[in-house]
Design a protein around this ligand. Sequence first.
Ligand SMILES: Nc1ncnc2c1ncn2[C@@H]1O[C@H](COP(=O)(O)OP(=O)(O)OP(=O)(O)O)[C@@H](O)[C@H]1O
Ligand SMILES: [Mg+2]
Length: 161
Amino acid sequence: MKKKVIQSFSPEQTQNIGKICSAWLRPGDCIPLFGDLGSGKTCFVQGVAKGLGVSDSIIVNSPSFTLINCYEARIPLYHIDLYRINSEEELEDIELMDLIAGHCITLIEWPQLIIPKLHEIPLQIDFVWDMTSENRRTLVFTADSRFNDLFRSLTNDHSGN
Ligand SMILES: Nc1ncnc2c1ncn2[C@@H]1O[C@H](COP(=O)(O)OP(=O)(O)OP(=O)(O)O)[C@@H](O)[C@H]1O
Ligand SMILES: [Mg+2]
């Protein structure tokens, strides 16, 4: 697995990074997004949704209460947030693994409990907000060789579209 570290200095940049990543995602990918509250995970998902062609009229926000939001797109997008799931038993109860379908891309916030159940993790992203700056976030990508081209296209200038 290779690592790539980049910085974002605004919500728009984080969305744009998500949009860039969307081009390399495939049906069946389950991508864990680690990071504390407010570190930018949902912001990133908004960019992925945009890149996959989710309509601008659709609001993409944290499924903290619904646990999972599904979006119609070029490849269907599942956005999961397990913040409120406290145990393996609770996770079993919602039968999430049955929902995650092979024809979808699944992005998972607060994924700690589900990690042992994932068959493979081709890409994971750790979002870090050290709070020394209101708008700076560090994104640490860990990925297999399938994402080499993504790593080349991620630079510290994401201001464009
Ligand atoms: N560079 C940045 N990237 C992303 N978000 C930023 C950035 N700078 C400031 N922000 C702000 O930080 C917040 C990030 O919120 P977001 O919902 O994406 O976090 P989250 O990691 O999903 O948190 P949670 O675990 O609560 O779901 C937003 O209010 C956003 O405007
Ligand atoms: Mg969120």
